[in-house]
Design a binder for this molecule. Structure first.
Ligand SMILES: [Mg+2]
Length: 235
């Protein structure tokens, strides 16, 4: 009997680990336990959606020095940012992960909210900044900030968003997200007003949102795979 109970406990641990890594059943169990049992509880279940983690600098904005202003800098907002955020928010939950400092991140997010009327900071599942990155030494011996995909294995993240439901939009591939399947790499933006990367990206992300495993998709040449009739932006 003792042997049987030990086996059962071990099975329970293994099963929980598996469910956490795969997401679905454990998430549902957690979720149902939190839903108040009333007549229309099932109707009020929020639909789980993939998570889109956004880089900021040179992806959504470009910060430039500007000594005359009180902060000493200002943020240029990438073309189509407002319509991009509105379009992807229809299909994805949003989060932020930047290698910048928290002060810089929050200053830029205030500019975004003012210029686009889209409160990205308020709607983000998390706001990760430099403190969530790790330092790694490059071949040249210099320190470099990276965003390791293992951070998504935090229990409070993967309980809601299994790994195959997380995409990251970033202008840099030189981090651990590159080989993990999460990355949708965009061109680095430094102020070109003719840039339409976010417009194309919204169409692409909208087209793939129902794929069962977003990590397995080949995303390196994403611009060439957008359906011709895709136009996700609100005109
Ligand atoms: Mg960047």
């Amino acid at each position: 009997m003792v042997w049987f109970k030990a086996k059962a406990r071990r099975f329970d641990r293994v099963a929980k680990k598996y469910l956490l890594s795969s997401g679905f059943q454990f998430t549902d169990t957690q979720h149902f336990s939190q839903v108040p049992v009333s007549g229309s509880a099932l109707e009020n279940l929020p639909a789980y959606r993939p998570l889109l983690v956004l880089d900021l600098d040179e992806t959504l904005w470009h910060g430039i020095p500007d000594p005359p202003v009180s902060e000493g800098h200002r943020f240029l907002v990438r073309p189509y940012l407002e319509s991009f955020l509105e379009a992807v928010a229809d299909h994805y939950d949003l989060a932020v992960w930047t290698a910048a400092s928290e002060d810089w991140m929050r200053a830029g997010l205030r500019v975004i909210a003012f210029e686009t009327q889209f409160d990205l900071a308020g709607r983000a599942f998390f706001l990760w900044h430099r403190d969530r990155c790790t330092w790694r030494r490059t071949e040249e011996g210099e320190g470099e900030l990276r965003k390791p995909a293992r951070k998504f294995r935090a229990r409070w993240v993967c309980a809601r968003y299994p790994a195959h439901w997380i995409l990251v939009v970033d202008d840099l591939a030189s981090n651990d997200l590159c080989g993990s399947g999460h990355l949708v790499r965009v061109g680095m933006w430094t102020g070109d007003q003719e840039d339409d990367e976010l417009r194309a990206l919204a169409a692409y992300l909208t087209a793939i949102v129902h794929e069962p495993d977003l990590r397995q998709l080949e995303k390196r040449h994403w611009r060439s795979t957008i359906p011709r009739n895709a136009n996700a932006l609100h005109d």
